[in-house]
Design a protein around this ligand. Structure first.
Ligand SMILES: Cc1cc2nc3c(=O)[nH]c(=O)nc-3n(C[C@H](O)[C@H](O)[C@H](O)COP(=O)(O)OP(=O)(O)OC[C@H]3O[C@@H](n4cnc5c(N)ncnc54)[C@H](O)[C@@H]3O)c2cc1C
Length: 417
């Protein structure tokens, strides 16, 4: 095996050919590069293609609201006139992730009265998935909605498997919620796995790095005793400790982050972890779901509802209600809290198929673009809480790109060991 300066020159040449920038391995800081030249390290350090993250690569900035419902997603039923309404809304930052499990529960409730046809209100990821699950159970389904999936808030998300992201507040959700959440999450995970390897990669895994200049510690959410108010007194959460953090319940199925040694860290930072993250490629996954819906005979009616009473005028007497954040007005559910978030989208870079997080900014390479999120300042779960402003702010994304720039900047060549 060749090693030392010759091997580094080879890597540099390879990365210049692939991306026009210095390769991350060649970019490693001097001590890291010295370690990289040690025998065997070429096998353990992945050869990542650097991402192109200059502002000219930014092709879109999208902004949207997470429909956080204090008690967690509403899956209750109610009668409106002679119509059975099964609610399926309020999934916070977890709507894509929980969609299949939530749909199974909602459709199960709809089936309890043995309908042959049902209506679904809403064609975001939650409504569309419920419609497909109902069809797979043999029902005739009509979706009534203002917009189809590509024009919904769902399409302005980032699209990773994040089932407990701002999904509920611990106290209002109560003691039974964690088990319900786990049931939805496991059902969803199982279904997403059936899409792995499908043409067009609707669902896939990629390596996800967290890199840092400081040692990386597992995040905890201690209650700040100085904050005495809470959702109970103010109608809004006031600290991250109020949110339900449930991911430890599914540690047996979801890959966990492992620390990387300097020899394994492809980035020029002293600390790094790596995990495998499932994500959804909106264009191909959305297309697949819409195609299945229409191929199974589904009908779509563009329609705007203003009151629950209007829902009861539909010919279908069983309705799954999935209007997302709009349920706050349509169903007057004031327990839904807006949580603003925005994403930047860089030109797709399939050759750089990984994700990386550094100083609260993240990049995730998907087939429909590299998603950029800037979560600075670090407010944890409180970022965007109570903010329903849906206009994108490009400057925030550009600031995030600047924070990430050192990860991809050319480094001085390492001296021979
Ligand atoms: C920045 C950001 C990143 C996110 N990242 C992730 C992630 O990585 N993973 C994840 O799982 N989740 C993520 N989410 C959360 C996810 O996007 C939401 O939970 C999800 O979009 C909710 O979907 P929905 O179908 O309930 O609502 P929507 O997408 O809002 O769909 C609602 C549907 O109802 C229709 N509708 C609404 N009102 C009416 C009406 N009055 N009459 C008729 N039709 C109506 C709409 O037209 C639409 O079809 C993110 C959210 C944000 C903001």
């Amino acid at each position: 095996m060749r090693n030392g300066p010759l091997a580094r020159r080879d890597m540099l040449k390879g990365s210049l050919a692939a991306g026009g920038l210095l390769g991350l391995q060649a970019c490693a800081s001097a001590p890291a590069a010295r370690l990289a030249s040690a025998a065997g390290s070429r096998l353990s350090k992945p050869r990542l293609v650097p991402m192109r993250i200059t502002p000219d690569q930014l092709i879109d900035v999208k902004c949207c609201i997470r429909p956080l419902r204090a008690a967690g997603p509403n899956l209750a039923t109610e009668m409106v006139g002679d119509t059975l309404v099964v609610h399926n809304y309020g999934h916070g930052g977890s709507g894509w992730s929980l969609s299949w499990g939530s749909a199974e529960i909602a459709v199960g409730k709809a089936l309890s009265v043995l309908p042959s046809e049902i209506a679904v209100i809403g064609c975001g990821i939650v409504g569309l998935t419920a419609a497909v699950v109902a069809q797979r159970a043999g029902l005739k389904v009509t979706i009534y909605a203002r917009d189809m999936l590509p024009r919904t808030r769902s399409f302005r998300a980032s699209g990773s498997f994040t089932p407990d992201a701002r999904v509920a507040l611990l106290e209002p959700a109560g003691p039974n919620f964690p088990a319900l959440w786990e049931q939805m999450t496991r059902l969803s995970w199982k279904t997403f796995r059936t899409y792995l390897g499908v043409t067009g990669n609707p669902v896939e895994f990629s390596d996800s790095y967290q890199v840092s200049d400081k040692p990386i510690e597992r995040r905890t959410y201690p209650r700040d005793p100085a904050i005495t108010d809470s959702y109970a007194t103010k109608g809004l959460p006031l600290q991250s400790a109020e949110f339900a953090h449930l991911s430890s319940r599914i540690r047996d199925i979801v890959p966990q982050a492992v620390p990387l040694s300097p020899e394994e860290n492809p980035f020029p930072t002293p600390y790094a972890t790596r995990t495998s993250q499932m994500h959804f490629n909106f264009a191909s996954y959305g297309h697949l779901l819409m195609s299945e819906f229409f191929e199974r005979g589904g009908a779509f009616v563009m329609r705007d509802f203003h009151t629950p009473a209007e829902v009861a005028t539909l010919k279908e007497k069983v309705v799954i209600h999935s209007s997302g954040y709009a349920a706050r007005d349509l169903w007057k559910d004031r327990t839904i809290i807006p949580v603003r978030g925005q994403t930047g989208w860089l030109v797709p870079q399939p050759e750089a198929n990984y994700g990386v997080r550094y100083n609260n900014v993240s990049l995730l390479s998907k087939s429909d673009g590299v998603v950029v999120m800037n979560n600075n300042p670090d407010l944890g779960d409180m970022l965007g809480v109570g903010n329903s402003m849906e206009l994108p702010v490009r400057a925030d994304i550009e600031a995030g790109l600047q924070i990430m720039a050192p990860l991809f900047a050319p480094q001085p060549p390492a001296r021979p060991a």
